[in-house]
Design a protein around this ligand. Structure first.
Ligand SMILES: [Ca+2]
Ligand SMILES: [Ca+2]
Ligand SMILES: [Ca+2]
Length: 184
């Protein structure tokens, strides 16, 4: 039942991305999500804000082009899970959409350029993105794999990759957005 773990995680992402909560993903939802991310960059940091917006647009185009099986311009939860498995987590697409967001976000937040996020920075970031601090505090402890109290760019990248690609129900990165949904 390895596939179920991915379906649960993608279901969690779906609910996170569905900004107007109508049970479908549209361009507006992804745009709203991109703006939440871009708002984390400093005002003068247009390079990283633009990189995040561009990567969300790439992600949306992948969803629409490969995932909108009934052609209604909206992505249902089932369409999302299918296209995430087949296309968005394909290595090249994953790099252009998901990891491009992660890299720009990390650059935007790491204002003292030491290559790491503290737990406080991490929790504040996810709070702004709609993930409750109780989830993020627990996730941070799991993701800080060397236990030095800060999350390096590579630890963060590893966590994101594990979240999207791992079929292991026990992978620490699974907890990135809080407890993963039970199968429905
Ligand atoms: Ca929606
Ligand atoms: Ca559709
Ligand atoms: Ca660390």
């Amino acid at each position: 039942m390895t596939d179920d773990v991915k379906a649960q995680k993608f279901n969690t992402v779906f609910r996170w991305f569905d900004q107007n909560g109508d049970g479908l993903l549209t361009h507006d939802d992804l745009h709203a999500m991109a703006e939440r991310f871009a708002a984390l960059a400093r005002e003068d940091d247009t390079a990283n804000a633009t990189a995040m917006r561009d990567a969300f647009e790439t992600w949306w185009q992948l969803l629409l082009t490969h995932g909108d099986s009934d052609g209604d311009g909206r992505i249902s939860p089932q369409e999302f899970i299918t296209v995430m498995k087949a296309e968005v987590t394909d290595p090249q697409h994953f790099e252009q959409a998901v990891l491009a967001i992660v890299d720009a976000l990390m650059r935007a937040l790491d204002t003292n350029q030491d290559g790491t996020l503290s737990q406080e920075e991490y929790v504040r970031m996810y709070d702004a993105l709609g993930i409750p601090p109780t989830h993020s505090e627990a996730a941070f402890r799991l993701l800080d794999s060397d236990g030095d109290g800060s999350l390096s760019h590579s630890e963060f990248r590893t966590a994101i990759t594990e979240f999207y690609l791992s079929t292991d129900p026990k992978a620490p990165g699974n907890q990135l957005l809080g407890p993963i949904d039970e199968p429905t």
